[in-house]
Write a protein of this length. Structure first.
Length: 234
């Protein structure tokens, strides 16, 4: 979940060859299901995106028959998001009620909370993309707790756990993972040479610090619940 593998639609893969390369890189790290999440502000329409995903599925049916691809979008929140979701101009994750939503990094907490509540009132389940990017959530610890209490789920990128202990961002990310606040770890893969799928360092740290059950929830079971449109276990 959270992968820019559809070619030529955003700042992710730029060719079908890059798409296949990314997917194979992920497969070599144990990934067998991917929810593609192109940016919702792409000028390429949803139907073209889905058509290109079907092309990838057809190629992979021969090369990597175990790999499954699903469609979703990384949705940048705007005032018309609810209407666009209702009109199917933008997509939830794999046809579920889960929405991968992002905001501008400098958004105020007040606006973030208001916008997330709008999604919830409309019966969507918000997953906050790359939770580590928002300055407003670092200023007061209780803000993460408030959002989570209201039903917001948090996604973090693997690479954010891969720095050293002297890196302030890495320390913060590891801390909230240890506290059980993060629900999903994703690659947010873009291109083979820029933000490729790289889970090795993060997984090494996870295995030293978390139970196998917790790791499986972060890396597999919670994302699987999305595909079945089921609630995430607390």
């Amino acid at each position: 979940m959270h992968a820019h593998i559809i070619y030529g639609v955003d700042d992710g893969a730029q060719s079908i060859e890059e798409s296949i390369h990314l997917i194979k890189m992920a497969y070599q790290q144990g990934v067998k299901k991917i929810i593609a999440t192109p940016h919702s502000y792409s000028t390429i329409g949803v139907e073209i995106m889905k058509k290109r995903l079907r092309v990838l599925q057809k190629v992979l049916a021969k090369d990597l028959p175990e790999m499954e691809l699903f469609f979703g979008e990384e949705i940048l929140y705007s005032v018309d998001v609810l209407n666009r979701l209702e009109n199917q101009e933008i997509s939830t994750l794999a046809g579920s009620r889960y929405v991968l939503v992002e905001f501008q990094p400098v958004i105020s907490y007040k606006n973030m909370l208001h916008n997330i509540r709008n999604l919830m009132v409309s019966s969507y389940i918000p997953i906050l993309a790359h939770v580590e990017r928002y300055a407003c959530l670092r200023k007061k610890k209780e803000r993460l707790d408030e959002l989570k209490h209201q039903g917001t789920l948090f996604q973090m990128n693997y690479l954010s756990l891969s720095g050293n202990i002297f890196d302030q961002n890495t320390r913060w990310c590891r801390k909230i993972v240890l506290e059980g606040k993060v629900d999903f770890l994703s690659t947010d893969m873009h291109r083979p040479g820029w933000r490729p799928p790289d889970t090795k360092v993060a997984l090494t740290w996870l295995k030293k610090n978390l139970s196998s059950e917790h790791i499986e929830a972060l890396t597999y079971h919670n994302a699987l619940a999305i595909l079945h449109n089921r609630p995430i276990r607390a």
